[in-house]
Design a protein around this ligand. Structure first.
Ligand SMILES: [Zn+2]
Length: 435
Protein backbone atom coordinates (compact mmCIF):
# COMPACT_ATOMS: atom_id res chain seq x y z
CA UNK A 1 0.00 0.00 0.00
CA UNK A 2 2.77 2.42 0.99
CA UNK A 3 4.62 1.62 -2.22
CA UNK A 4 1.50 2.35 -4.26
CA UNK A 5 1.05 5.73 -2.56
CA UNK A 6 4.66 6.63 -3.25
CA UNK A 7 4.25 5.71 -6.91
CA UNK A 8 1.16 7.86 -7.16
CA UNK A 9 3.15 10.76 -5.74
CA UNK A 10 5.89 10.26 -8.35
CA UNK A 11 3.37 10.09 -11.17
CA UNK A 12 1.41 13.13 -10.15
CA UNK A 13 4.49 15.23 -9.40
CA UNK A 14 6.26 14.63 -12.69
CA UNK A 15 3.21 14.77 -14.92
CA UNK A 16 2.24 18.05 -13.27
CA UNK A 17 5.60 19.72 -13.76
CA UNK A 18 5.65 18.85 -17.45
CA UNK A 19 2.15 20.19 -18.01
CA UNK A 20 3.18 23.40 -16.26
CA UNK A 21 5.73 24.08 -19.00
CA UNK A 22 3.04 24.06 -21.65
CA UNK A 23 2.67 21.62 -24.51
CA UNK A 24 4.83 23.45 -27.05
CA UNK A 25 7.93 23.79 -24.83
CA UNK A 26 11.13 22.23 -26.14
CA UNK A 27 12.72 19.42 -24.18
CA UNK A 28 16.07 17.97 -25.15
CA UNK A 29 17.12 14.54 -23.93
CA UNK A 30 20.81 13.73 -23.86
CA UNK A 31 21.07 9.97 -24.49
CA UNK A 32 24.33 8.17 -23.62
CA UNK A 33 23.24 5.31 -25.84
CA UNK A 34 20.16 5.17 -28.07
CA UNK A 35 18.37 2.04 -29.25
CA UNK A 36 15.91 3.66 -31.63
CA UNK A 37 13.62 0.65 -32.14
CA UNK A 38 14.58 0.14 -35.79
CA UNK A 39 18.34 0.19 -36.34
CA UNK A 40 20.43 -2.95 -35.83
CA UNK A 41 22.84 -1.22 -33.47
CA UNK A 42 22.73 1.40 -30.73
CA UNK A 43 24.03 4.92 -31.38
CA UNK A 44 26.19 6.75 -28.86
CA UNK A 45 25.75 10.32 -27.57
CA UNK A 46 22.50 11.37 -29.22
CA UNK A 47 20.25 14.36 -28.63
CA UNK A 48 16.47 13.88 -28.84
CA UNK A 49 14.47 17.06 -29.37
CA UNK A 50 10.91 16.77 -28.06
CA UNK A 51 8.30 19.44 -28.73
CA UNK A 52 4.84 18.90 -27.30
CA UNK A 53 3.81 15.30 -27.82
CA UNK A 54 6.21 14.58 -30.66
CA UNK A 55 9.87 14.01 -31.36
CA UNK A 56 11.12 16.87 -33.51
CA UNK A 57 14.55 15.56 -34.39
CA UNK A 58 17.32 13.20 -33.30
CA UNK A 59 20.90 14.40 -33.77
CA UNK A 60 24.51 13.87 -32.73
CA UNK A 61 25.75 15.53 -29.56
CA UNK A 62 27.30 18.52 -31.36
CA UNK A 63 23.99 20.15 -32.31
CA UNK A 64 23.25 23.54 -30.78
CA UNK A 65 20.61 23.50 -28.04
CA UNK A 66 18.36 26.58 -27.59
CA UNK A 67 18.94 28.28 -24.22
CA UNK A 68 15.31 27.98 -23.15
CA UNK A 69 15.11 24.22 -23.73
CA UNK A 70 14.51 21.99 -20.77
CA UNK A 71 17.38 19.47 -20.57
CA UNK A 72 16.99 15.88 -19.42
CA UNK A 73 20.37 14.26 -18.85
CA UNK A 74 20.28 10.56 -19.66
CA UNK A 75 23.93 10.54 -20.74
CA UNK A 76 24.68 7.68 -18.35
CA UNK A 77 21.75 5.60 -19.59
CA UNK A 78 20.45 3.59 -22.53
CA UNK A 79 17.41 5.26 -24.10
CA UNK A 80 14.74 3.30 -25.99
CA UNK A 81 11.26 3.81 -27.41
CA UNK A 82 8.40 3.24 -24.97
CA UNK A 83 7.57 -0.47 -24.85
CA UNK A 84 4.47 -2.06 -26.37
CA UNK A 85 2.81 -5.09 -24.80
CA UNK A 86 0.55 -6.61 -27.44
CA UNK A 87 -1.34 -9.00 -25.16
CA UNK A 88 -2.75 -7.80 -21.84
CA UNK A 89 -5.97 -7.97 -19.82
CA UNK A 90 -6.20 -4.87 -17.65
CA UNK A 91 -9.50 -6.12 -16.17
CA UNK A 92 -8.11 -9.48 -15.05
CA UNK A 93 -6.73 -9.74 -11.53
CA UNK A 94 -4.82 -13.02 -11.68
CA UNK A 95 -6.10 -16.57 -11.76
CA UNK A 96 -4.57 -17.97 -8.56
CA UNK A 97 -6.73 -20.95 -7.51
CA UNK A 98 -6.17 -20.04 -3.86
CA UNK A 99 -7.88 -16.69 -4.52
CA UNK A 100 -10.83 -18.22 -6.38
CA UNK A 101 -9.13 -18.52 -9.78
CA UNK A 102 -10.48 -16.91 -12.93
CA UNK A 103 -14.08 -17.20 -11.74
CA UNK A 104 -13.60 -14.87 -8.76
CA UNK A 105 -12.84 -12.04 -11.20
CA UNK A 106 -16.41 -12.20 -12.49
CA UNK A 107 -18.31 -13.50 -9.45
CA UNK A 108 -16.69 -11.66 -6.55
CA UNK A 109 -15.83 -8.24 -7.95
CA UNK A 110 -18.33 -5.59 -9.03
CA UNK A 111 -17.62 -3.26 -11.92
CA UNK A 112 -16.28 -0.45 -9.70
CA UNK A 113 -13.73 -2.73 -8.05
CA UNK A 114 -12.76 -4.08 -11.43
CA UNK A 115 -12.30 -0.54 -12.77
CA UNK A 116 -10.15 0.35 -9.75
CA UNK A 117 -7.98 -2.70 -10.40
CA UNK A 118 -7.70 -1.81 -14.09
CA UNK A 119 -6.62 1.69 -13.02
CA UNK A 120 -3.88 0.11 -10.92
CA UNK A 121 -2.88 -2.16 -13.84
CA UNK A 122 -2.43 0.65 -16.38
CA UNK A 123 -0.47 2.79 -13.92
CA UNK A 124 1.80 -0.11 -13.02
CA UNK A 125 2.32 -0.90 -16.70
CA UNK A 126 3.32 2.67 -17.53
CA UNK A 127 5.67 2.76 -14.55
CA UNK A 128 7.49 -0.27 -16.01
CA UNK A 129 8.01 1.48 -19.36
CA UNK A 130 5.01 0.26 -21.34
CA UNK A 131 3.61 3.29 -23.11
CA UNK A 132 1.24 1.28 -25.33
CA UNK A 133 -0.89 -1.81 -24.71
CA UNK A 134 -3.05 -3.86 -27.00
CA UNK A 135 -5.56 -5.08 -24.43
CA UNK A 136 -7.21 -8.22 -25.74
CA UNK A 137 -10.62 -8.31 -24.06
CA UNK A 138 -12.11 -7.41 -20.70
CA UNK A 139 -13.08 -10.85 -19.31
CA UNK A 140 -16.67 -10.03 -18.49
CA UNK A 141 -16.14 -6.32 -17.82
CA UNK A 142 -18.02 -5.31 -20.97
CA UNK A 143 -16.82 -2.10 -22.60
CA UNK A 144 -14.85 -0.98 -19.53
CA UNK A 145 -11.62 -0.88 -21.54
CA UNK A 146 -13.03 1.83 -23.82
CA UNK A 147 -13.71 3.96 -20.73
CA UNK A 148 -10.33 3.33 -19.06
CA UNK A 149 -8.79 4.39 -22.38
CA UNK A 150 -10.90 7.55 -22.29
CA UNK A 151 -9.84 8.27 -18.68
CA UNK A 152 -6.18 8.00 -19.74
CA UNK A 153 -6.65 10.15 -22.84
CA UNK A 154 -8.42 12.92 -20.90
CA UNK A 155 -5.62 12.88 -18.28
CA UNK A 156 -7.77 11.64 -15.41
CA UNK A 157 -5.48 8.67 -14.68
CA UNK A 158 -1.95 7.81 -15.82
CA UNK A 159 -1.56 4.89 -18.20
CA UNK A 160 -0.30 3.68 -21.57
CA UNK A 161 -2.15 4.45 -24.81
CA UNK A 162 -4.61 1.60 -25.24
CA UNK A 163 -5.77 -0.37 -28.23
CA UNK A 164 -8.82 -2.17 -26.89
CA UNK A 165 -10.87 -5.14 -28.05
CA UNK A 166 -13.83 -4.93 -25.63
CA UNK A 167 -15.74 -8.17 -24.99
CA UNK A 168 -14.03 -10.90 -27.05
CA UNK A 169 -15.96 -13.55 -28.99
CA UNK A 170 -16.30 -17.33 -28.71
CA UNK A 171 -19.01 -19.95 -29.25
CA UNK A 172 -21.28 -21.85 -26.86
CA UNK A 173 -19.09 -24.19 -24.81
CA UNK A 174 -16.10 -22.09 -25.81
CA UNK A 175 -15.40 -19.97 -22.75
CA UNK A 176 -15.59 -19.58 -18.96
CA UNK A 177 -17.49 -19.40 -16.67
CA UNK A 178 -18.42 -23.04 -16.82
CA UNK A 179 -18.91 -26.03 -14.55
CA UNK A 180 -21.88 -24.58 -12.67
CA UNK A 181 -25.30 -26.23 -12.37
CA UNK A 182 -27.20 -25.84 -15.67
CA UNK A 183 -30.09 -24.22 -13.79
CA UNK A 184 -27.86 -21.32 -12.76
CA UNK A 185 -27.13 -18.52 -15.19
CA UNK A 186 -23.53 -17.39 -14.78
CA UNK A 187 -21.80 -14.57 -16.69
CA UNK A 188 -19.40 -15.42 -19.52
CA UNK A 189 -15.97 -13.88 -19.94
CA UNK A 190 -16.73 -13.19 -23.61
CA UNK A 191 -19.65 -12.55 -25.96
CA UNK A 192 -20.97 -15.96 -27.04
CA UNK A 193 -22.10 -16.35 -30.67
CA UNK A 194 -23.33 -19.25 -32.76
CA UNK A 195 -23.58 -19.01 -36.51
CA UNK A 196 -22.13 -16.46 -38.92
CA UNK A 197 -25.05 -14.04 -38.49
CA UNK A 198 -24.54 -13.74 -34.72
CA UNK A 199 -20.78 -13.62 -35.22
CA UNK A 200 -21.02 -10.71 -37.65
CA UNK A 201 -23.50 -8.90 -35.40
CA UNK A 202 -21.20 -9.20 -32.38
CA UNK A 203 -18.36 -7.62 -34.39
CA UNK A 204 -20.64 -4.78 -35.44
CA UNK A 205 -21.74 -4.17 -31.85
CA UNK A 206 -18.22 -4.20 -30.49
CA UNK A 207 -16.84 -1.91 -33.18
CA UNK A 208 -19.83 0.39 -32.74
CA UNK A 209 -19.00 0.65 -29.02
CA UNK A 210 -15.36 1.54 -29.58
CA UNK A 211 -13.34 -1.63 -30.14
CA UNK A 212 -10.00 -0.97 -31.89
CA UNK A 213 -9.43 -4.70 -32.42
CA UNK A 214 -11.64 -7.77 -32.43
CA UNK A 215 -10.49 -10.66 -30.23
CA UNK A 216 -11.74 -14.16 -30.91
CA UNK A 217 -11.12 -17.55 -29.35
CA UNK A 218 -10.75 -20.40 -31.81
CA UNK A 219 -9.62 -22.94 -29.23
CA UNK A 220 -10.76 -23.37 -25.63
CA UNK A 221 -10.23 -26.47 -23.45
CA UNK A 222 -6.90 -28.25 -23.71
CA UNK A 223 -5.62 -31.58 -22.44
CA UNK A 224 -2.95 -34.19 -23.06
CA UNK A 225 -4.00 -37.31 -25.00
CA UNK A 226 -2.84 -40.92 -24.45
CA UNK A 227 0.27 -40.33 -26.55
CA UNK A 228 1.18 -37.31 -24.44
CA UNK A 229 0.28 -34.77 -27.12
CA UNK A 230 -1.42 -31.48 -26.36
CA UNK A 231 -4.95 -31.33 -27.82
CA UNK A 232 -7.21 -28.28 -27.89
CA UNK A 233 -10.94 -28.01 -28.53
CA UNK A 234 -11.86 -25.91 -31.58
CA UNK A 235 -14.65 -23.37 -31.05
CA UNK A 236 -15.81 -21.08 -33.87
CA UNK A 237 -16.36 -22.65 -37.30
CA UNK A 238 -14.53 -21.49 -40.40
CA UNK A 239 -17.78 -19.93 -41.61
CA UNK A 240 -18.14 -17.94 -38.36
CA UNK A 241 -14.49 -16.82 -38.41
CA UNK A 242 -14.79 -15.66 -42.02
CA UNK A 243 -17.87 -13.59 -41.12
CA UNK A 244 -15.89 -11.98 -38.27
CA UNK A 245 -12.77 -11.15 -40.27
CA UNK A 246 -14.80 -9.96 -43.25
CA UNK A 247 -16.79 -7.55 -41.07
CA UNK A 248 -13.78 -6.30 -39.09
CA UNK A 249 -11.63 -5.80 -42.18
CA UNK A 250 -14.42 -3.81 -43.79
CA UNK A 251 -14.16 -1.37 -40.88
CA UNK A 252 -10.39 -1.24 -41.31
CA UNK A 253 -9.87 -3.22 -38.09
CA UNK A 254 -7.93 -6.38 -37.34
CA UNK A 255 -8.74 -9.67 -35.63
CA UNK A 256 -6.59 -11.21 -32.89
CA UNK A 257 -7.07 -14.92 -32.59
CA UNK A 258 -6.48 -16.94 -29.43
CA UNK A 259 -5.31 -20.33 -30.73
CA UNK A 260 -3.34 -23.15 -29.11
CA UNK A 261 -2.99 -25.66 -31.94
CA UNK A 262 -4.68 -28.15 -34.24
CA UNK A 263 -8.03 -27.73 -35.97
CA UNK A 264 -8.95 -24.46 -34.27
CA UNK A 265 -5.65 -22.78 -35.13
CA UNK A 266 -5.97 -23.99 -38.72
CA UNK A 267 -9.46 -22.48 -38.99
CA UNK A 268 -8.08 -19.21 -37.63
CA UNK A 269 -5.43 -19.14 -40.35
CA UNK A 270 -7.81 -20.20 -43.13
CA UNK A 271 -10.36 -17.68 -41.87
CA UNK A 272 -7.97 -14.75 -42.28
CA UNK A 273 -7.06 -13.87 -38.68
CA UNK A 274 -4.45 -11.12 -38.44
CA UNK A 275 -2.60 -12.32 -35.34
CA UNK A 276 -2.25 -15.67 -33.64
CA UNK A 277 -2.20 -15.30 -29.85
CA UNK A 278 -0.23 -17.87 -27.82
CA UNK A 279 0.16 -20.31 -30.76
CA UNK A 280 1.56 -22.85 -28.35
CA UNK A 281 2.00 -25.68 -30.80
CA UNK A 282 2.19 -24.74 -34.47
CA UNK A 283 2.91 -27.31 -37.17
CA UNK A 284 5.56 -26.49 -39.78
CA UNK A 285 2.87 -26.10 -42.45
CA UNK A 286 1.00 -23.63 -40.22
CA UNK A 287 4.16 -21.58 -39.68
CA UNK A 288 4.68 -21.56 -43.46
CA UNK A 289 1.09 -20.41 -43.96
CA UNK A 290 1.60 -17.59 -41.46
CA UNK A 291 4.76 -16.47 -43.25
CA UNK A 292 2.91 -16.54 -46.57
CA UNK A 293 -0.14 -14.65 -45.28
CA UNK A 294 1.88 -12.18 -43.17
CA UNK A 295 0.10 -13.28 -40.00
CA UNK A 296 1.47 -11.79 -36.79
CA UNK A 297 2.59 -14.11 -34.00
CA UNK A 298 2.11 -13.03 -30.40
CA UNK A 299 3.62 -15.69 -28.16
CA UNK A 300 3.02 -15.42 -24.42
CA UNK A 301 5.74 -17.55 -22.89
CA UNK A 302 5.92 -16.70 -19.20
CA UNK A 303 2.25 -17.08 -18.31
CA UNK A 304 2.52 -20.81 -19.04
CA UNK A 305 5.15 -21.16 -16.33
CA UNK A 306 2.77 -19.72 -13.71
CA UNK A 307 0.64 -21.85 -11.36
CA UNK A 308 1.45 -25.40 -12.53
CA UNK A 309 -0.85 -28.07 -11.04
CA UNK A 310 0.87 -31.10 -9.39
CA UNK A 311 2.86 -33.22 -11.88
CA UNK A 312 0.84 -36.45 -11.54
CA UNK A 313 -2.56 -34.85 -12.28
CA UNK A 314 -4.13 -34.40 -15.77
CA UNK A 315 -3.97 -30.62 -15.27
CA UNK A 316 -0.32 -30.85 -14.21
CA UNK A 317 0.57 -32.85 -17.32
CA UNK A 318 -1.28 -30.32 -19.48
CA UNK A 319 0.46 -27.36 -17.82
CA UNK A 320 3.91 -28.85 -18.44
CA UNK A 321 3.05 -29.86 -22.01
CA UNK A 322 1.86 -26.32 -22.81
CA UNK A 323 5.13 -24.74 -21.68
CA UNK A 324 7.26 -27.36 -23.47
CA UNK A 325 5.53 -27.09 -26.86
CA UNK A 326 5.42 -23.30 -26.61
CA UNK A 327 9.21 -23.13 -26.30
CA UNK A 328 9.63 -25.52 -29.25
CA UNK A 329 7.19 -23.54 -31.42
CA UNK A 330 8.74 -20.20 -30.46
CA UNK A 331 12.18 -21.44 -31.50
CA UNK A 332 10.77 -22.57 -34.87
CA UNK A 333 8.98 -19.25 -35.36
CA UNK A 334 12.20 -17.30 -34.71
CA UNK A 335 14.06 -19.44 -37.28
CA UNK A 336 11.22 -19.00 -39.80
CA UNK A 337 11.43 -15.20 -39.26
CA UNK A 338 7.73 -14.86 -38.48
CA UNK A 339 6.56 -11.38 -37.55
CA UNK A 340 6.75 -11.75 -33.76
CA UNK A 341 5.41 -9.22 -31.25
CA UNK A 342 5.96 -9.07 -27.52
CA UNK A 343 3.01 -10.25 -25.42
CA UNK A 344 2.68 -11.19 -21.77
CA UNK A 345 -0.96 -12.05 -20.97
CA UNK A 346 -0.68 -9.79 -17.88
CA UNK A 347 -3.83 -10.13 -15.88
CA UNK A 348 -3.48 -13.89 -16.31
CA UNK A 349 -0.23 -13.11 -14.49
CA UNK A 350 -1.03 -10.92 -11.44
CA UNK A 351 -0.32 -7.26 -12.21
CA UNK A 352 1.95 -7.03 -9.16
CA UNK A 353 4.46 -9.19 -11.06
CA UNK A 354 6.88 -7.89 -13.69
CA UNK A 355 5.52 -7.20 -17.15
CA UNK A 356 9.04 -7.53 -18.57
CA UNK A 357 9.61 -11.18 -17.66
CA UNK A 358 9.08 -12.37 -21.23
CA UNK A 359 12.18 -10.56 -22.52
CA UNK A 360 14.74 -12.89 -20.86
CA UNK A 361 12.69 -15.92 -21.86
CA UNK A 362 12.52 -14.85 -25.53
CA UNK A 363 16.29 -14.40 -25.58
CA UNK A 364 16.84 -17.71 -23.77
CA UNK A 365 14.70 -19.37 -26.46
CA UNK A 366 16.78 -18.10 -29.36
CA UNK A 367 15.76 -14.54 -30.15
CA UNK A 368 18.48 -11.88 -30.49
CA UNK A 369 18.13 -9.16 -27.80
CA UNK A 370 17.64 -6.46 -30.46
CA UNK A 371 14.85 -8.50 -32.07
CA UNK A 372 13.17 -8.95 -28.68
CA UNK A 373 13.31 -5.16 -28.24
CA UNK A 374 11.91 -4.60 -31.75
CA UNK A 375 9.12 -7.11 -30.99
CA UNK A 376 8.08 -4.74 -28.20
CA UNK A 377 8.60 -1.53 -30.19
CA UNK A 378 8.66 -1.01 -33.98
CA UNK A 379 7.30 -4.46 -34.90
CA UNK A 380 4.33 -4.11 -32.59
CA UNK A 381 3.73 -0.59 -33.92
CA UNK A 382 3.58 -2.00 -37.44
CA UNK A 383 0.96 -4.57 -36.34
CA UNK A 384 -1.05 -1.72 -34.79
CA UNK A 385 -0.86 0.27 -38.05
CA UNK A 386 1.22 2.88 -36.19
CA UNK A 387 4.49 2.51 -38.09
CA UNK A 388 6.62 5.61 -37.59
CA UNK A 389 4.21 6.95 -34.95
CA UNK A 390 4.96 4.52 -32.12
CA UNK A 391 7.80 2.17 -31.24
CA UNK A 392 10.59 4.35 -32.61
CA UNK A 393 12.72 7.23 -31.44
CA UNK A 394 12.64 9.13 -34.71
CA UNK A 395 11.47 12.50 -36.06
CA UNK A 396 7.67 12.76 -36.17
CA UNK A 397 7.00 9.89 -33.77
CA UNK A 398 5.14 10.36 -30.51
CA UNK A 399 7.58 11.17 -27.69
CA UNK A 400 7.22 7.83 -25.91
CA UNK A 401 10.70 7.32 -24.50
CA UNK A 402 12.17 5.20 -21.71
CA UNK A 403 15.63 4.60 -20.25
CA UNK A 404 17.54 1.99 -18.28
CA UNK A 405 20.91 2.28 -16.53
CA UNK A 406 22.68 -0.63 -18.20
CA UNK A 407 22.89 -2.11 -21.69
CA UNK A 408 19.89 -4.37 -22.49
CA UNK A 409 21.72 -5.73 -25.56
CA UNK A 410 24.26 -7.27 -23.19
CA UNK A 411 21.83 -8.05 -20.37
CA UNK A 412 18.21 -8.18 -21.52
CA UNK A 413 16.94 -8.33 -17.92
CA UNK A 414 17.92 -4.63 -17.67
CA UNK A 415 14.50 -3.94 -19.21
CA UNK A 416 13.06 -5.08 -15.91
CA UNK A 417 14.47 -1.96 -14.30
CA UNK A 418 13.16 0.97 -16.31
CA UNK A 419 14.11 4.23 -14.59
CA UNK A 420 12.77 6.88 -16.92
CA UNK A 421 9.38 6.99 -18.62
CA UNK A 422 8.06 9.69 -20.94
CA UNK A 423 4.76 9.34 -22.78
CA UNK A 424 3.42 11.95 -25.19
CA UNK A 425 6.30 14.21 -24.09
CA UNK A 426 5.25 14.07 -20.43
CA UNK A 427 7.68 12.59 -17.88
CA UNK A 428 5.98 10.03 -15.66
CA UNK A 429 9.05 8.60 -13.99
CA UNK A 430 12.60 9.80 -13.60
CA UNK A 431 15.07 8.08 -11.35
CA UNK A 432 18.12 8.94 -13.46
CA UNK A 433 18.29 12.47 -14.67
CA UNK A 434 18.72 15.72 -12.85
CA UNK A 435 16.04 18.02 -14.21
ZN1 LIG B 1 -4.97 -13.53 -22.97
Amino acid sequence: MRKAMKLLAILSCCAGSAYAQGPAALTVIRAGSLIDGQADTAKKDQLIFVRGKRIEKVTGSGTEIPADARMIDLSSATVLPGLIDSHTHIFLWGEDPALGGYDANLLKAGIALRAARATYAVKRSLEQGFTTLRDVETEGAGYGDVEIKQAIEEGTIPGPRLFVSTRGISSTGGYNLEGYAPEITVPKGVQIVDGPVEARKAVREQLDHGADWIKIYVTHRSWVDREGRLVSQPTLTLEEIKAITDEAHGWGKKVACHAYNGIGLQRGLDGGCDSIEHGLDMADAQIEQMARQGTWYCPTLSVYYDDWSPMDTPEGKRDRARAAVHEFTFRKAVKARLKIVYGTDMGGIPWQQSETQDFPRMVEFGMAPMDAIRAATSRAAEMLDEKGELGVVAPGAFADIIAVSGDPLKEIAELGNVKFVMKDGVVYRNQIAAR
